[in-house]
Design a protein around this ligand. Structure first.
Ligand SMILES: Nc1ncnc2c1ncn2[C@@H]1O[C@H](COP(=O)(O)OP(=O)(O)O)[C@@H](O)[C@H]1O
Ligand SMILES: [Mg+2]
Length: 266
């Protein structure tokens, strides 16, 4: 398993940001050093980790566009092992500003390279589109985690996503692997959730992660307090699920030791 993980699905509202925040926090609680990279102009990941956007001087935008040192932009969070490279709404314009840049697909990879060795995990939260910022995340990552919301149109857009992944692997990042598909907002009381889960199992087989994230109102409340779920309500089912997800990934990583060369350089 790769250490730099992009959390990607071009659909909005599927649980990317919730997963970035809470998986990162659960990994940090397990003594991993974790960096969350917010590449969405909406900056929900940034505020969800307790960063007041109105006081931010610089963001990932300044690192990507002006080459400001990432180390000076990274911020610590309430959890000791968890840092964030924050986003702000300047990122909205980044896609256009990057059009003229040489090697514009590699900007994020380039700025993360000096700091990535300081962390056990780097989690990249992606925007809800397949734009150049998303592409940058997939080029910088070693693997991709795909949250899919348990709903009727769950599979809609997934073939476009896999087509993008193939394109990235072919052109920019041969080592990119699919870490797994994560079922989110699962409601065990509904037949629909069970049906969607079965469909996804049939379709993706071994790509499905064993951990399933339940629909849990505490997960939806936590960001308004700027806290990951483990600090907001550790006893909730949402906290339990993200702790289990962290354990599953840590086990993958242990099993994968030595069986895979780490370098995804294209
Ligand atoms: N497991 C869950 N249970 C309940 N609400 C959730 C859950 N996961 C996400 N949400 C809520 O759903 C909305 C979309 O989630 P979010 O993580 O922002 O998705 P994305 O980043 O893919 O757009 C948010 O309001 C979030 O709080
Ligand atoms: Mg989001």
């Amino acid at each position: 398993m790769g250490r730099i993980i992009a959390i990607t699905n071009q659909k909005g509202g599927v649980g990317k940001t919730t997963t970035a925040i809470n998986l990162a926090a659960a990994l940090a609680m397990a003594d991993m050093r974790v960096l969350v990279v917010d590449t969405d102009a909406q900056a929900n990941c940034t505020s969800g980790l307790g960063i007041d956007r109105s006081t931010l001087r610089k963001s990932i935008y300044h690192a990507m566009i002006f080459n400001d040192p990432v180390r000076e932009i990274m911020l610590s969070t309430e959890l000791e092992n968890l840092s964030i490279l924050p986003a702000d709404k300047n990122l909205t314009g980044a896609a256009i500003e990057m059009i003229e840049m040489p090697e514009r697909e590699f900007v994020l990879k380039r700025i993360l390279t000096p700091v990535a060795p300081d962390f056990d995990y780097v989690l990249i939260d992606s925007p809800p589109s397949l734009n150049i910022l998303t592409l940058n995340g997939l080029v910088a990552a070693q693997s991709v985690l795909i949250p899919i919301q348990c709903e009727y149109f769950a599979l809609e857009g997934i073939s476009d996503l896999f087509e993008t992944l193939r394109r990235v692997q072919y052109s920019f990042n041969r080592g990119l692997s699919v870490l797994g598909i994560l079922l989110t907002m699962y409601d065990e009381r509904t037949n629909l959730s069970a049906q969607v889960r079965q469909d996804l199992k049939n379709y993706f087989a071994d790509k499905m992660l064993a951990t399933v994230i339940p629909r849990n109102v505490r997960l939806a409340e936590a960001p308004s307090f700027g806290k990951p779920i483990i600090l907001y309500d550790i006893r909730s089912r949402g906290a339990e699920a993200y702790i289990n997800l962290a354990k599953e990934l840590l086990n993958h990583a242990k099993e994968g030791l030595g069986s895979r060369s780490g370098s995804p350089d294209p």
